[in-house]
Write a protein that binds this ligand. Structure first.
Ligand code: HMG
Ligand code: MG
Length: 307
């Protein structure tokens, strides 16, 4: 399969990235981050989660974040909604897209959303119906599609099964998520070769965490399968509160560097995103997790010094 001409990068830093921060990140910083990302031209930003604040306290200010951001025409603002309560809050907050999130592993489903896979699909049904009724986009995210921190191996058939259940709910897009970043290019190929038989490849996305340093290789393997939507987190922010040791998503800057090198359009400027990565890393007191971002910043410093 030939390489695509363009891909869509979904920036998930404000949600997947910040949800794992132990210290409360001020709401104003979250709003500033989302605004900078939309100004940089991202077509889709995962802004926050309408989940139980008992489970993920960092996302307790979801309504304030959504009320505080400046909407840029051309950017879709997505939020996570595990149940109808979350959906109603998302609707009130004028989200463009709601994300139901399940897992390909029973053990992870229990830890993350406190129910079995079958129970989660039953819980998502009214959310999906309400999203359709209200004309909102619906995305389904499948955790542990390439491995689980509790059960280890996840059979390809389990991933295909959840993709089919999400397709039946009417998902416009489905994320294949490597929650703990254990996947390899071979496994990525196997998964996408199987799931593209049951759901359109242009509506599937790759959501890779970079724990084992495989995310860029896995994205390349996905491109070879015709996948054109990728999730990434500026400065490589994040981890997962229910997956110990998992590091952040692949850094957006690293993905942009890859796409630029391949001549694949993203509509987003790498230099600009590098500056946003430095802003948020400084704001939350973390080292910048993007390799490309750090290299570009070092280069800029060096050329400033030699002037
Ligand atoms: P539960 O405890 O079984 O549910 O949690 P419950 O209905 O008994 O509710 C417990 C309390 O939470 C109640 O409050 C509810 O009102 C409240 P109380 O009566 O005790 O005061 N509550 C809510 N509050 C606000 N918004 C809501 C909401 N729902 C209930 N929507 C539940 C079940 C699903 C709610 C819980 O397990 C939960 O919120 N889990 C979220 C976990 C999460 O956010 N994980 C991280 C995101 S997933 C991820 O990162 C993976 C992804 O990136 C892909 C990948 O990499 O794999 C997407
Ligand atoms: Mg994730």
């Amino acid at each position: 399969m030939s390489m695509p001409r363009a891909v869509k990068i979904v920036e998930v830093g404000p949600r997947d990235g910040l949800q794992n921060e132990k210290q409360r990140v001020p709401t104003a910083v979250k709003i500033d981050l989302v605004n900078q990302l939309s100004e940089a031209g991202f077509p889709n930003i995962e802004a926050t989660s309408f989940v139980s604040p008992k489970w993920v306290p960092q996302m307790a200010d979801a309504a304030e974040v959504m009320a505080g951001i400046t909407r840029r025409p051309g950017t879709l603002y997505s939020v996570l909604t595990p149940n109808l309560k979350g959906f109603e809050a998302a609707l009130e907050a004028r989200a463009d897209e709601v994300v139901i999130f399940g897992a390909a592993s029973e053990a992870f489903s229990q830890r993350n959303i406190n129910c079995s896979i079958a129970e989660s699909v039953a819980r998502f049904e009214p959310v999906a119906r309400a999203a359709k009724d209200q004309g909102l986009r619906l995305r389904g995210s499948i955790s542990c599609a390439l491995g689980c921190p509790y059960q280890g191996e996840v059979p390809v058939t389990s991933v295909v099964d959840v993709v089919q259940r999400f397709a039946a709910l009417g998902c416009d897009e489905i994320d294949i998520a490597d929650t703990i970043g254990v996947g390899t290019a071979k496994r990525t190929h196997e998964i996408f070769a199987a799931v593209t038989k049951v759901f359109p490849r242009e509506q599937l996305s790759g959501h890779f965490h970079d724990t084992y340093g495989q995310a860029i290789a896995n994205i390349y393997a996905s491109l070879l399968e015709g996948i054109v939507i990728f999730h990434a987190s500026v400065a490589g922010l994040g981890g997962c509160p229910y997956a110990k040791g998992a590091t952040g998503n692949v850094a957006t800057e690293d993905v942009l560097y890859l796409m630029n090198g391949l001549g694949i359009e993203t509509g987003v400027d790498l230099q600009r995103v590098t500056a946003i990565g430095e802003f948020i890393s400084t704001a939350i007191g973390r080292p910048n997790g993007s390799r490309a971002g750090r290299a570009l910043l070092a280069k800029a410093k060096e050329s400033q010094g030699s002037q």
